[in-house]
Ligand binder design. Structure first.
Ligand SMILES: Nc1ncnc2c1ncn2[C@@H]1O[C@H](COP(=O)(O)OP(=O)(O)OP(=O)(O)O)[C@@H](O)[C@H]1O
Length: 273
């Protein structure tokens, strides 16, 4: 759907790289999450993929006619100007009442149309932003830190909603997130960024990668624990789950983990490349 090759971005007006030689792609129906420390270039990658940022070199290709629903990292609300949820949903493209209400219902916040944006909780606001992005009937949803400010149950619920949206609409989902535990459970593929792609692949693969553990330390150990359980099935009979970019997890001799790791909830959900 979107692909970058050797994408390189410089800090504005300098030759100082923010991102170097990033190869990235997202396929139909995938949930891909970009993780990385603050300042590692996650938002820059998203903005470059969307064509909102100039490239120093490399290229970005978007499928012709691709409809994108975008939830940006920050939404500047002018609190001096009252705005209802309903009006907000018609910006920038006017939608009918029935469409607006259906979108709100589909993201778990029905009946909020007449509320002021400023009166919403963080979780409600994120769901309204998602509803607005869905009104574009997107092939690809792009969400930059959609769970910031949410508590742990709110984060889990939001990811469940994202998975449900993917099931219902078939849209691909590209997210930036700091919620490592939830990311590892809910993504088909994880890209770990630090100015370049440190490692990427299935959550199982990334959570055992030394580069990931070096970046996230103790937190990474928590995500590793997700994949430790005793086997309750025969690996040899599992169909090969071939991940992208050669980071597949087919459980042959070269699968690269210690085989005390089992499968998190994401296992087996990856769509065919
Ligand atoms: N408009 C800009 N002008 C100058 N530098 C910028 C600009 N936007 C981003 N940068 C710099 O580019 C680098 C990457 O920023 P970016 O926002 O992409 O990182 P991030 O991984 O999304 O960070 P965070 O997790 O804190 O949101 C940072 O060093 C940042 O200071």
């Amino acid at each position: 759907m979107i692909e970058s090759r050797a994408l390189t971005i410089h800090r504005p007006g300098t030759s100082d790289p923010v991102l170097s030689h990033v190869d990235f792609r997202i396929r139909p129906g995938e949930i891909v999450t970009v993780v990385g420390p603050n300042g590692s270039g996650k938002s820059s990658l998203i903005r470059a993929l969307l064509g909102h940022m100039p490239l120093a070199s490399g290229q970005v290709t978007r499928r012709a006619g691709l409809r994108i629903g975008y939830v940006p990292q920050r939404v500047q609300l002018d609190t001096a100007i009252p705005m209802t949820v309903r009006r907000f949903l018609s910006l920038p493209v006017r939608v009918r009442d029935a469409e607006a209400e259906a979108a709100l219902a589909s993201t778990g916040v029905p009946g909020l149309g007449q509320r002021q944006l400023t009166q919403l909780s963080g979780g409600q606001f994120q769901r309204v932003l998602l509803a607005r992005a869905l009104l574009a009937d997107p092939h690809l949803l792009v969400l930059d830190e959609p769970t910031q400010g949410l508590d742990q149950p709110g984060i889990v619920a939001f990811y469940q909603l994202i998975e449900e949206v993917r099931r219902r609409t078939g849209a691909s989902v590209l997210m930036v997130s700091h919620d490592l535990l939830v990311v590892m459970r809910s993504s088909d593929r994880v890209v770990c960024l630090n100015g370049h792609v440190c490692c990427e692949g299935s959550p199982q693969h990334v959570s055992t990668a030394p580069e990931y553990r070096a970046l996230f330390g103790a937190e990474a150990a928590g995500t590793l624990a997700l994949y430790r359980h005793h086997h309750d099935h025969d690996h040899d009979r599992m169909p090969a789950l071939t991940g992208p970019e050669g980071t597949g997890h087919g459980h042959g001799g070269a699968c690269g983990h210690d085989h005390h790791h089992g499968h998190g909830p994401a296992h087996g959900t990856a769509p065919a490349p």
